[in-house]
Design a protein around this ligand. Sequence first.
Ligand code: MG
Length: 369
Amino acid sequence: MTRIVGILLCAGGSARMGFDKLTRPIAGKTAIERSMDALVSGGSDALVFTVSETNRAFVESLTCPVPKTVVSGGETRAESVKRALGGAETADIVVIHDAARCMASPALIRRSIESAVRFGSGIAAARAADTTMLLDGETPVPLERDRLICMQTPQTFRFGEIRRAYEGDLSRATDDCSLYLAAGYTPRFVFAEDERANRKLTTADDWLLALTQFARFGTGFDTHRLAPGRRLVLGGVEIPFEQGLLGHSDADVLVHAVIDALLGAAAMGDIGRLFPDTDPAYEGADSMLLLREVVRRLAELGLRPGHVDATIIAERPKLMPYVPQMRARLSEALGVPVGAVSVKATTTEGMNDEGKGLCISASAIATVL
Ligand code: MG
């Protein structure tokens, strides 16, 4: 049996990001957890985490599916790796991975392990996408782009070889591959299918890219019957009309569709399960309060609303004049800018139950990040 130990580097600072990029959730899961999951799914039998004093407690509290060791990181990345290698003595193969590369796929990690088992090393790399020049003093020297490759992680090696490489001079090493090369070994590369897919979280743009990659989508739909003697409330806005919507709560069909879209994106069930209409607590309830409660429960899972787009289907009354107010109320309850909330209204040209004035319906799509 080949014993594979993953080394997850979590000790680096977040100088360029302005907040701790490794422990802030991205669509409900931190970069450390996402990288941990990829290393485990990719084939690691045990993990060694290098941590900083600020994230040590967080990493120690994580549930890891394989045995976990936590070591303090060093002054530099290379010193951290050297310490981690000391905690990986039983390994045949070590997979060294930067936690900030949380978009790496388990498949890429598996390919790097396979390469290391066969050839001694498997280093994730990407072909250069941009024209690159070397600055020689003030003089730029164009480099041949087609022959340039950029080092990423995972960088996977036979344990004995990388440990020997780490006995060399660490002072100028920015990655493991350069030390491996300096020790006289020939690195083997595995190319990421898509350079962007294995981007390291460095700038605000990378953070957005990760959010986009991990965002989840949900849809919601709701219908309530129109009846006399009821208030008509849509998107938290009371609209003067001779009829209102019938329901246990205030029957705000728009907010209900939005709630179901959010719950759907988070796989948290549906509005009926969270707020049963048999529960007297919700009789005549203001649906905006229910929406706020859903946002609070999402936050408990490290999730927050991203965008919402909704359509109200009603023959009458004319809703357009109320749309700006609905968007403002929804954006406030969701904790997102008004620009992230879209509300549209349509008729069904006299067809269907909405068109006959029997009911009002709404559908919505939402992202959670
Ligand atoms: Mg409803």
